[in-house]
Design a protein around this ligand. Structure first.
Ligand SMILES: [Zn+2]
Length: 354
């Protein structure tokens, strides 16, 4: 484990050559982080499996360890990139602020996994399947509620003070939703997102985005987020995530059936289970997530005067986040299509109307 951490740190520090151009360097970093996310996931499971084999002991907390290990690995990856990212993107933030945000991001990312593992540990001792399933759904509701409030704290959200955004909000009111500004300056992050539960929720705008966009562009982005709300995208995504447990449960039943006729090696079993889980996430969940982006874009263009404003806003988002795309960028592992793909769809949808 220590060797892996050392390798990770050395790789992160040496990832970008001094001769690399800014765009190339950022692309390298983003690709590296995605690959590492998967490697961390697989390796942490593998390490714990070996640990259980060697010690011949499986305590209740063993189930929690892969998530915790991945969480630690992921933080180490991001933290070791601090100097590189700061230099390339010319960030003005201090080390402490940056670390706080990186750790916060990872907490939001891994908390669901830790909680799901915890539930699994206590759930498997419950013999009644119906009580377990009911507990599982109650757990998800509580969990969603926690995330909703935790995000506000971690992202240091504050009341909206930006005049342009206030004008936009007054123009398009959405019931049940609160709008917040968060600190995006620290890492020069231009983003907007929406969170919800049972038809109520929050929309978050980074102040870095608000400062650098015109009121019309902010309106286009805001309408895109409303598109997500109106088309119930967050609920659909949550249901897809909730379905992971029943899916794995079902896979377990099938494997038990096969086991009756043919013995399945434990390593093969785990590889198969994990393969199905990764396949579900990559080819189904992420695919749906990308389709939702197109749908939210469509909603936005339907409700703005000028289609070109949305396209301009999307391009600006990339510029502000220092992302340079090429036509053949691979998006299989991403929640969002590329801006080039989105603009193409918007133009096809509106038939070239300005
Ligand atoms: Zn979106």
């Amino acid at each position: 484990m220590i060797i892996y951490i050392i390798i990770s740190i050395v790789m992160a520090i040496n990832l970008v050559n001094t001769s690399d151009e800014k765009e190339k360097a950022i692309k390298k970093i983003n690709k590296y982080l995605i690959v590492k996310l998967i490697v961390n996931f697989l390796l942490s499971h593998f390490m714990i499996m070996i640990l259980v084999r060697v010690t011949q002991r499986k305590a209740w907390y063993t189930m929690l360890l892969p998530a915790l290990l991945s969480f630690i690995f992921s933080i180490i990856d991001s933290v070791s990139l601090y100097d590189t990212v700061k230099k390339i993107r010319d960030l003005k933030c201090g080390r402490k602020e940056y670390y706080f945000q990186v750790i916060g991001d990872n907490i939001l990312l891994y908390l669901s996994w830790v909680m799901a593992s915890l539930l699994h540990i206590f759930g498997t001792s419950e013999k009644n399947d119906y009580i377990f399933i009911l507990g599982y759904f109650i757990f998800w509701c509580i969990f969603n509620f926690i995330i909703l409030h935790l995000r506000k704290y971690i992202m240091k959200c504050k009341e909206v003070s930006n005049k342009k955004l206030i004008n936009v909000i007054n123009k398009h009111y959405v019931e049940g939703y609160k709008i917040f500004e968060y600190n995006g300056q620290i890492r020069k992050s231009a983003n907007a997102l929406v969170d919800c539960m049972f038809g109520r929720g929050n929309i978050y705008f980074s102040d870095y985005l608000l400062e650098n966009m015109t009121e019309e562009e902010i309106e286009a982005i805001y309408l895109h987020e409303i598109g997500h709300i109106k088309k119930k995208h967050i609920t659909i995504r949550n249901i897809l995530l909730i379905m992971i447990m029943p899916l794995m449960y079902f896979v377990g039943i099938i494997m038990d059936e096969i086991e009756k006729v043919q013995h399945i090696n434990i390593f093969l079993g785990i590889t198969l289970g994990m393969g199905i889980l990764i396949g579900y996430m990559v080819f189904f969940y992420l695919y749906v997530s990308r389709r939702q982006e197109y749908e939210a874009d469509q909603y936005a263009v339907k409700n703005i005067n000028e289609t070109a404003v949305l396209c301009r806003a999307l391009k600006k988002l990339n510029e502000l986040n220092d992302i340079l795309e090429s036509k053949n960028d691979n998006v299989v592992l991403k929640t969002h299509p590329t801006v080039i793909q989105r603009i193409k769809r918007i133009e096809a949808y509106t038939g070239g109307k300005k």
